[in-house]
Design a protein around this ligand. Structure first.
Ligand code: GLP
Length: 265
């Protein structure tokens, strides 16, 4: 894993923007895996700014989101469909036919999950997967105890996740209890994973993911097993990392030619 520690959320988002842009310049028809939550919002603002100011184009990009709530109308303001439309899609030149989210209102959820997996495969697989992390180490909605080889399926949210997401819904009682999420195994097949985290409240999850044991109790720890995984975190989210000085030393000493290559740290 490559661990990049930036002073604050803004610097983290800028750095993540450089990372995505580097991928896009190498592969304009990138298949980009996207996350929701507040963490990637700074990155999405960066991408929108670069599109607006420098003409960074997403016209040939295909996107797949990680997850969607079950039973929430797609036009509900807190659905991930709405979230992505408002925070990113309408700000870029993406072709709407190439943006994908699971359909949380599908009549046959199992068939929808299988179709989502098939669509990812048909697109050639995810090149770059953007991830946030839950307080309990979840990625997508893969809660602790998720199989580390899981595929797209229905998951029941933990009470902690429901409480954490209550702020968007105006109360825990309004948060759906179920979601469709791509699996840990699905995420694992991405060519490269980029995990972002900000704030002290994520420090425990980041430390468990990077330096803890590989365990289904912290699904993000599966990324230790991924060949090309970069974490970009701010200082606050890095405070629990025992070897943070080493990670800084490694990153600061990276030669220019190696910046944002798939280095397989
Ligand atoms: C939700 C999403 C995750 C996200 C997590 C953290 O559970 N399904 O993809 O990483 O929230 O959200 P936030 O970035 O708001 O802390």
């Amino acid at each position: 894993m490559e661990i990049v520690i930036k002073p604050n959320c803004e610097a983290m988002s800028h750095c993540a923007g450089d990372f995505v842009e580097a991928w896009l310049s190498r592969k304009p028809d990138l298949v980009l895996g996207l996350a929701t939550g507040s963490t990637p919002l700074g990155l999405y603002r960066e991408l929108a700014r670069r599109h607006r100011d420098s003409g960074l184009s997403f016209a040939r990009v295909t996107t797949f989101n990680l997850d969607e709530y079950i039973g929430l109308p797609a036009d509900h303001p807190q659905s991930y469909h709405s979230f992505m439309r408002e925070s990113l899609f309408r700000r870029l030149d993406l072709d709407p036919r190439r943006t994908h989210l699971p359909d949380g209102n599908a009549a046959d959820i199992a068939a929808e999950c299988a179709a989502y997996e098939a669509a990812i495969r048909a697109a050639g697989g995810i090149d770059l997967q953007v991830l946030g992390i839950g307080h309990d180490g979840h990625i997508g909605f893969n809660e602790p105890s998720s199989s580390l080889r899981s595929r797209t399926r229905i998951k029941t949210l933990t009470e902690q996740t429901i409480r954490a997401n209550a702020r968007f819904f105006g109360g825990a009682d309004k948060v759906p209890h179920h979601a469709i999420t791509v699996g840990v195994g699905t995420i694992f097949e991405a060519q490269c994973c980029l995990l972002l985290a900000t704030g002290t409240e994520k420090a425990g999850a980041v430390a468990a993911a990077v330096e803890g044991p590989l365990t289904a109790m912290c699904p993000a720890s599966a990324l230790q097993f991924h060949e090309f995984c970069t974490l970009i975190v701010d200082e606050a989210a890095a405070v629990g990392l025992k070897r943070r000085d080493y990670y800084r030393y490694v990153y600061d000493g990276k030669p220019d030619w190696q910046q944002w290559e798939k280095t397989g740290a």
